[in-house]
Design a protein around this ligand. Structure first.
Ligand code: FEO
Length: 401
C-alpha cells in the first residue's frame, strides 16, 4: 500500500522508513530506525528527487506509482549517490524508460561504477546551472563532501524549497509526522540528528561551512533532506546547530566524562570526580563507560560539550583498547577545540595518562590539555584525591576563560 505525504501543492514525499536495520552503514546503531526521503514533483514535467535504499525499494516504488497516477516520469534528479539513496536508480529507470537522469559528472561516474545503465539518458549539470520543469525552475549548488564528493543540493527558485541531500538530515524513522513542526525536535530528535551529523558528516566541517555560506545567500522556505523531518520553519535553530558542529564549537558548557574501568576502581574515581564537580555547581555532566557505550554516541556527546575527561586504565602498557578506539574516532572525525582533562590508572606501571596526553598533543592538536591530571594507583588514595581536587579547580577555571 502506498504511503505518501504532501509537502507542497505539487510536491510529495515518496520515501520510506526502515526500522529493521540495526546498523546504519553497517556501523552506527539506529534504535529508532532511519528514513530514506525521496520527493516527487508534479509540474508540466514530473521529477523524482533521489531514490531510496534498496531494502525499502518496494514501498518507494509503490509510492512513486501512486503519485504519478498514470503519468510518465520525465526526470530522475540525483543529488547524492550513496546507496542509501541511489540504490534504486536502476529499478526506476527500468520502470520508467522515458526518464532522463539529471546529476553531476562525478555522480554519473559513480553510477557507472555501480553498474547502473544510464547511457543515453544523462543530463549533466553543474553549479549555477538552471533547469525548468514548467512552473518550477531549479538551480544546482555543488556540495562536495557533504558527504561524498559528487554531492549537490538543488534549490527551487520558484518556491524556495531546498533539496538538501544529506545536509540537515537525522537518524530516526518518521512516524507519520513529516514536518519539523509536527514533532518536538529539540526533545525527541536532536540527539539522533547530532549523532547522524557528527558521525556521518562530522569530518567535513569546512565543506559544510562552505555550503552554509552558499545557503545563506538564498531565501529558503523549506528544507527537504534525505533523512528525517522536512523543515518548514525555525530554520535558525537547526542552522545554528550545523554551524556550531561544522566549526567544531561545543553547543554547551559542560563536562563529558568517558571512562575505562576493568574492576571498578576507575569507575569509583570518576564517580567521585562527578560528585565533586556537582558539589561545585556544575550541573551539565554526562558520564559514559567506554566499554558499554557505542563510540558513535561518545562522538556525538563530544561534539555537544566543551570539556572532556578521559579516564583510562592502562592495558598492555597502553591505552585501554575501547578508549583508544574512541580517540582514533575523534581524530578521524577531525574533532577540535575541546578542553581535555586526563585521568589514568594502573597497578604497577600506569602509562595511559602520558599516552593519552601524547595522543592529544600529536594527533588532536587543537585540544587544550589541562595540566592538572589524576593518577590512580590501583585505587583512589589521599594523593589522587588531592590531584582530583586540583583537576576540579582546573576544569572550572578553564570554563571561565
Ligand atoms: Fe544518506 Fe551519504 O547518504
Amino acid at each position: 500500500m502506498y504511503c505518501v505525504r504532501k509537502v507542497t501543492d505539487d510536491l510529495y514525499w515518496v520515501g520510506a522508513n526502515d526500522r529493521r536495520l540495526t546498523l546504519f552503514e553497517n556501523i552506527h546503531p539506529i534504535p529508532r530506525g532511519v528514513s530514506y526521503n525521496s520527493y516527487l514533483l508534479l509540474d508540466e514535467k514530473t521529477v523524482l528527487f533521489d531514490t531510496v535504499d534498496w531494502s525499502a525499494g518496494r514501498q518507494f516504488l509503490e509510492n512513486v506509482e501512486h503519485v504519478l497516477d498514470g503519468r510518465k516520469l520525465d526526470y530522475l534528479l540525483i543529488n547524492h549517490m550513496e546507496p542509501d539513496h541511489g540504490a534504486s536508480i536502476e529499478e526506476v529507470l527500468i520502470r520508467y524508460p522515458e526518464a532522463q537522469v539529471i546529476s553531476t559528472e562525478k555522480a554519473f561516474m559513480l553510477m557507472h561504477q555501480f553498474n547502473f545503465n544510464v547511457d543515453g539518458r544523462m543530463i549533466q549539470v553543474a553549479e549555477g546551472d538552471t533547469f525548468s520543469f514548467g512552473k518550477h525552475e531549479v538551480t544546482f549548488v555543488s556540495a562536495p563532501m557533504v558527504h561524498w564528493p559528487e554531492a549537490m543540493v538543488t534549490y527551487d527558485l520558484t518556491n524556495g524549497v531546498l533539496f538538501a541531500a544529506d545536509a540537515f538530515g537525522s537518524f530516526g524513522s518518521l512516524d507519520g509526522r513529516l514536518f519539523n513542526d509536527e514533532v518536538n525536535f529539540d526533545r525527541d530528535w536532536i540527539d539522533d540528528a547530532r549523532r547522524y551529523y557528527t558521525n556521518i558528516v562530522g569530518k567535513y566541517g569546512p565543506h559544510v561551512q562552505a555550503l552554509l555560506k552558499k545557503a545563506s545567500t538564498v531565501d529558503i522556505k523549506m528544507i527537504c533532506p534525505l533523512h528525517g523531518p522536512v523543515w518548514r520553519n525555525d530554520f535558525a535553530y537547526f542552522i545554528d546547530k550545523y554551524d556550531k558542529w561544522s566549526r567544531y564549537e561545543p553547543e554547551e558548557k559542560g563536562v563529558l566524562i568517558v571512562y575505562a574501568s576493568m574492576y571498578g576502581n576507575m569507575e569509583s574515581a570518576v564517580n567521585v570526580l562527578a560528585a565533586k564537580l556537582a558539589e561545585r555547581g556544575m550541573t551539565n555532566i554526562a558520564m559514559y563507560d567506554v566499554s558499554k557505550t557505542h563510540v558513535s554516541q561518545l562522538i556525538s556527546e563530544t561534539f555537544r560539550l566543551s570539556h572532556i575527561v578521559l579516564a583510562s586504565v592502562t592495558y598492555n602498557l597502553g591505552i585501554y583498547p575501547p578508549m583508544h578506539n574512541y580517540l582514533m574516532d575523534m581524530k578521524a572525525l577531525n574533532l577540535q577545540n575541546r578542553t581535555v582533562a586526563i585521568m589514568e590508572a594502573g597497578s604497577w606501571a600506569p602509562k595511559s595518562g602520558s599516552l593519552m596526553t601524547e595522543f592529544m598533543d600529536e594527533e588532536l592538536k587543537t585540544m587544550t590539555v589541562l595540566n592538572e591530571q589524576v593518577s590512580v594507583l590501583s585505587s583512589m588514595n589521599e594523593t589522587s584525591a588531592l590531584e582530583m581536587d586540583q583537576m576540579v579547580e582546573g576544569i572550572l577555571e578553564s570554563m571561565n576563560d
